[in-house]
Design a protein around this ligand. Structure first.
Ligand code: AMP
Length: 115
């Protein structure tokens, strides 16, 4: 954990984020600037800056993040209509917060290709 990382602060419960799920490994909370009717971020509690830092030992954690997102989509009632999961990595990926996070976007049709 780092002192000044905003998502580490969320993971420590130091913000007024709307948390939808938390367990030993991950926290899921609503995005502060939602890009869809449902916009949830799933983060690892451990500070990992980018997807580029993941090692093979992190595969269970990454799988848990994806499984958590899929379960939340079902709980939110959007799984049937569908949703999008996104990891933005570094500058060309559009990453702005350097603590790994998985976006769950749902509640409207998504377009392809993305911008
Ligand atoms: P990215 O561009 O992939 O790094 O996404 C970062 C996301 O974090 C953006 O969608 C922001 O709106 C969101 N965000 C930044 N700060 C907060 C916060 N304190 N609580 C919830 N979401 C945040």
């Amino acid at each position: 954990m780092t002192q000044d990382c905003i998502f580490c602060r969320v993971a420590r419960g130091e913000t007024d984020s709307e948390v939808l799920h938390q367990d030993e490994h991950v926290v899921a909370f609503r995005d502060i600037a939602p890009q869809a009717p449902h916009h949830v971020l799933i983060i690892p509690r451990r500070h990992i800056a980018t997807l580029d830092e993941l090692g093979p030992e992190d595969a269970p954690l990454a799988g848990h993040m994806i499984h958590t997102a899929a379960r939340l989509a079902r709980d939110l009632g959007v799984a049937g209509e569908g949703y999008r999961l996104v990891f933005n990595c570094n500058r060309h990926g559009g990453q702005t917060v350097f603590h790994l996070h998985l976006h769950l976007l749902a509640g409207r049709p998504m377009h392809w290709p993305p911008g």
